[in-house]
Design a protein around this ligand. Structure first.
Ligand SMILES: [Zn+2]
Length: 167
């Protein structure tokens, strides 16, 4: 994975690549809903977007790619974080939008964010127990929930992942 390096996405130069990216995304109907990646999902529950540039194949995390589309590039060392706590979300909201999804941040931002979620209780308090396997299952369930278009009930069921026996 080269996802931690600099990632440049040029709207003209990479137009076909961007179109392929969007073909793997199903958008939620409201600003608070996530846009869900429906392409490959790795063992860690995060998406995989495979690219070939200058004859070299590599893969990136789709939410990092989404940030690079929005800003033109993501610098090396800059993290792409999920304010919505959904690893397969690729929505980059406007700064003025009350609900943020994928945002860029530093390692320090990430530590602060994780601490805030631990204190926050609610669904985040449950999610800190997630193992990679459970996270991947939830990501795959979300992908299935939107495979034929956005299905609000199926998405909510997948996000809740109401299966304590798995833990
Ligand atoms: Zn989201």
């Amino acid at each position: 994975m080269r996802s931690a390096g600099q990632l440049v996405v040029d709207r003209q130069l990479h137009a076909a690549e961007i179109a392929r990216f969007h073909s793997h995304v199903v958008c939620g109907p409201t600003p608070s809903d996530c846009n869900i990646w429906t392409g490959a999902i790795g063992a860690d529950g995060y998406g995989r977007f495979y690219l070939t540039r200058d004859g070299v194949g590599f893969c990136v995390r789709p939410h990092r790619y989404a940030l690079a589309i929005a800003g033109g590039s993501v610098a090396a060392g800059v993290l792409s974080l999920h304010e919505c706590d959904n690893p397969v979300c690729v929505k980059v909201a406007a700064d003025t939008d009350p609900q943020q999804h994928v945002v860029s941040g530093s390692q320090g931002d990430n530590m602060e964010r994780m601490a805030r979620m631990r204190r926050g209780g609610g669904r985040h308090a449950v999610r800190r127990c997630d193992s990679r396997g459970v996270r991947r299952e939830r990501s795959v369930a979300l992908r299935e929930a939107v495979r034929h278009g956005w299905d609000t009930a199926a998405v909510q069921a997948a996000q809740l992942g109401d299966q304590p026996t798995l833990w």
